[in-house]
Design a protein around this ligand. Sequence first.
Ligand code: ATP
Ligand code: MG
Length: 574
Amino acid sequence: MSSSAPAPVKHSDFIRDIINDDLEAKRHSQVVTRFPPEPNGFLHIGHAKSICLNFGLANEYAQKLPGSGSRCHLRFDDTDPAKEDTLFEEGIQEDVRWLGFEWGGFFHASDYFEKMYEYAEHLISVGKAYVCSLTDAETKQYRGDVKTPGTNSPYRDRSVEENLDLFRRMRKGEFKDGEHVLRAKIDMAAANMKMRDPMLYRIRHTAHHMTGDKWCIYPMYDYAHPISDAIEGITHSICTLEFENNRELYDWVVDNLMEYAKFPSRPHQYEFARLNLNYTVMSKRRLLELVQNKHVSGWDDPRLPTIAGMRRRGITPEALRAFCASVGIAKANSTVDMAQLEFHIRDDLNQKAPRVLAVLKPIKVVIDNYPADQVEELDASYWPHDVPKEGSRKVPFSREIYIEQDDFMLEPPKDYFRLAPGKEVRLRYAYCITCTDVVKDADGNVTEIHCTYDPETKSGNNPIGRKVKGTIHWVDAKHAHDAEVRLYDRLLSVEASPVGKDSDWLESVNAQALQVVHGAKVERSLGECQPGDRFQFERQGYFVADVKDSKPGHLVFNRIVTLKDSWAKAQGKK
Ligand code: ATP
Ligand code: MG
């Protein structure tokens, strides 16, 4: 494991219990796991959960058992040539590394195609597999259903010689797609439908991104996965609950090849609950639809729960790992609240993101009694008192500043503590100002606010007896930089991942998930900020300078998360 591997998180769960039992009983002397993505899309937060578990376990046991060779493999599960792509493979590797993990072995299921083929011939020769020539529709009929046992295929009793001949000719490309398949000979009446003579190989005259035109038959996942695990010496093969029924077949494949293939270990499959998150979608199909139909800007659109999207959104790997750890490893499916992820994002950024001033929707304030050509450089700490960090910068202050349009009201209600005619408010790090007048346009909208300031109220020396309840943020007009600010919100406007007619689900996409603000004003110190730098804009939220579009002279900030959970409140009001 890499030296930068994150410190193991202390926790226990049923998987760790199983592993500890195995080690104690000396069934294994090392822990070898694998993360097996199909390179047919980008990884999402559900995969992050699986990555943290598989790589996390390997790191943990590599530390507990030094020299044991405990490790986690990255293995591309590339058995379906039609949907897979090297581009996705590169994205996936980047994502795993960004999350803070390094693989202790890098493989493709296709590395083992030759072996898998050899093992298939072995299964045929011992009467455990046969070539079946039923059509897809017929195969379905013969399979029966949960209540009805299946019927044996009329091809089930082909001789070993005929099966071997047909299978070899399948490999040579003598048949069209779908003409024959190779099936395991198990039990057409098995209660577990997966055991009713499952398909092991199918014909696909399609080039493969790794093996090119070498193969026109491809192994099925249920055959390829246990073999890959066994060849690599995987000890604990962890997958999500929907594979529970596949476990019997997994064991059948390993058990029937163990002796012949002399695998270095006997892997076992264990299932845990997949991560589901509300207000977003994780199905690859739906993510693909959003990307391909340009509902979002790409796989790294910050609205998406993809790792690439979350990275661009400004979420840290530490926050994601803490979130995954907090979810735990469960045996039953459930849905996690997005607020839990947001909590961990804030919790991490609170310690990491310096506080700065930015005005998203500016309105100009002229301080009439402030000398026209004076500029003061005021001390402003980057950190609040409860963050044990030091550091500050100077913020310029002069006669003209910007404040947030929302921090001014012409006719405020009684409990309004921000700026209004005749009212006084404190400017963060600066003075108290009192509104004396406003300038309006032809439609009656306020376009400029006039104030006076009290030189006695400079930040730090608050005169006794003066009560100013509100403090607002501001930036100096002359020194501020323009910025584009992208306000991101949850992908879906409904809590549940949409079911029902596929064409309808797009209606659940939150039209407000991205609002672009042009002409925001940010304090002088942000002029030189680098893409990827994260800040807290005081009173607004956490923001990151966009890695693709932001540069000095053209600042673009993404909102990572708001400061408080305004979402729950807004939903409550509705
Ligand atoms: P598909 O079945 O469409 O290919 P997938 O999400 O299963 O999608 P894989 O690339 O096969 O994609 O997944 C790789 C690994 O990530 C698998 O071990 C899978 O179990 C795990 N995984 C996928 N989604 C989740 C999730 N939501 N929570 C936890 N683990 C997940
Ligand atoms: Mg899958």
